[in-house]
Design a protein around this ligand. Structure first.
Ligand code: 5AD
Ligand code: SF4
Length: 473
């Protein structure tokens, strides 16, 4: 069998050697080889993983597998995993527990694991030791080898573990089966070089590699031609786009070029505050099809903690950027991520986070308790605050952020917003979708609508996490 194991020492390395751009070639020997067999794919984690799963589905379909919605009915179960917090780990291992039982009854069941957890040496060690029945593991850097790995695992009937510690080539031309026919993800940059001290992503996703602008623009053009309404440009830090490739072509240039292609809605995520440029703000303000909604993770309101996190900005410089975006982009909404209970966070540090939230009055916020990730620098810091205290801080923080979600939403009552229809809610003629500012809108319509329609909705009632309304003619 093939066998490569991940190694964090290797994964830490960053160099300036240019990556190879390699165009994926289908291996016709395995095309439709598994016709009649079914697969179930479970995705954990972020939009990057969701989009990887769109490639994985296409590769499995190439092998001849067809998709089922219940893992009990599947011949092959694949978990596309996330490492970001312990809880993501626990979910994946919980699922593996259920699959072990299933496999006792269904001996031919093939089980595989891929995604970020596959890049962690400790996870792979556990699989080798205690999960010998797992048929195959592959990492984020060699997803394109899926057909070969699965085929070998089945043919040789022996555990296959193939994970690269380093990023290797940048693969273009992977097949894709998109979940939606009106909104799409487009990768623009892979990996992360920031090494925030709490974060595992630089180890699981490798160094920053931008796709060629021609490749990105060609993919967007195809989406325009296919009638897509919304594109989300993806990267662990999209603001670093182009830095590894070009002297004079940046995220601002790419955003502008994509905007000019005329797709009705453009989003991008995630932005690190450290390299959010004035040029980017100008482009967002200038083009009405770049949605006025920015995700700007702050993580903490204490400059002391930000320094320990390795975030490269202070509370003051974050606020300066925040207000610059608010002032220059009319009607913009800003969302954020916040971690409480970073090692050594004091009550005073935490109160500074609450202060910052009161100043920023975010439209949305994802709040987390610090989770120790093996191999990251923060893992080794003294952490005297109890879990109970951290849970209380999270609760207090959530009360404050929720308050502003509702306050901001109330300002929309009586106003009209543009909504991209995503689907039908439980009741008849009740629809849902997202506004330009990325708010979830539930609404009624006299006219029958289909997902992908853009409609104007009058807001009648604001809630904390959504708004209710009706279409206007
Ligand atoms: N513990 C808790 N939250 C984390 N995040 C990243 N790493 C950790 C960790 N070790 C959060 C950050 C990031 C979001 C995607 O997940 O807030 O922005
Ligand atoms: Fe999870 Fe981060 Fe990997 Fe996304 S990149 S799947 S959030 S660990």
């Amino acid at each position: 069998g093939i066998m490569h194991l991940p190694d964090y020492k290797e994964a830490r390395k960053r160099d300036i050697r240019p990556y190879q751009r390699v165009v994926f070639q289908e291996d016709d020997k395995v095309k439709n080889k598994y016709q009649g067999k079914t697969f179930y794919l479970k995705t954990y984690g972020c939009q990057m993983n969701e989009h990887d799963s769109e490639n994985i589905e296409a590769l499995l379909t190439f092998l001849g597998f067809s998709k089922v919605d219940d893992y009990m009915d599947a011949d092959l179960v694949l978990l596309n995993t996330c490492s970001i917090r312990e809880n993501a780990h626990n979910k994946a291992f919980g699922m593996l527990g259920r699959l072990k039982h299933l496999k006792q009854e269904k001996k031919d069941l093939i089980v595989g694991l891929c995604g970020c957890m596959a890049q962690e040496a400790s996870v792979v060690e556990t699989i080798l030791k205690d999960y010998k029945w797992v048929n195959f593991v592959f990492g984020t850097h060699n997803m394109y080898q899926l057909p070969e790995i699965i085929d070998t695992a089945i043919e040789e009937n022996q555990q296959q573990i193939e994970v690269f510690s380093r990023e290797g080539d940048l693969i273009e031309g992977l097949p894709v089966l998109r979940v939606n026919d009106y909104k799409a993800y487009v990768n623009i940059i892979y990996g992360c070089n920031k090494f925030c001290t709490y974060c595992i992503v630089p180890y699981t996703r490798g160094r920053e590699r931008s796709r060629l602008k021609e490749d990105v623009l060609a993919e967007v053009q195809k989406l325009v031609d296919d009638g897509y309404k919304e594109v989300t440009l993806l990267g662990q830090n999209v603001n670093a786009y182009g830095k590894d490739l070009y002297d004079d072509y940046t995220m601002a240039n790419l955003l502008e070029d994509v905007a000019k292609m005329g797709i009705p809605r453009i989003r991008f995520t995630t932005s690190h505050p450290w390299d959010f440029t004035d040029e980017m703000i100008d482009v967002i303000a200038k083009y009405p099809n770049i949605m006025p909604s920015v995700h700007l993770p702050v993580q903490s309101g204490s400059s002391r903690i930000l320094k320990l996190m390795g975030r490269r900005y202070t509370k003051e410089s974050y606020l300066e950027l925040f207000h610059k975006i608010k002032d220059r982009v009319p009607g913009v909404t800003i969302s954020t991520d916040i971690i409480v209970g970073f090692p050594g966070e004091t009550e005073e540090d935490f109160l500074e986070t609450l202060d910052l939230v009161r100043e920023c009055q975010y439209d949305n916020a994802f709040t987390f308790i610090f989770s120790k990730r093996e191999g990251t620098p923060a893992c080794r810091l003294a952490d005297p605050v109890s879990q109970k205290e951290k849970e209380e801080r999270l609760q207090r923080l959530n009360e404050v952020v929720n308050h502003y979600f509702l306050e901001n939403n109330k300002k929309l009552e009586g106003r009209e917003v543009e909504v991209l229809v995503e689907g039908i809610s439980d009741k008849k003629h009740m629809y849902y979708g997202y506004s330009d500012t990325n708010k979830l809108i539930n609404f009624s319509s006299e006219k029958e609508l289909t997902p992908g329609d853009l409609v104007m909705v009058k807001i009648n009632d604001a809630k904390t996490w959504s708004l209710d309304g009706e279409t206007v003619e």
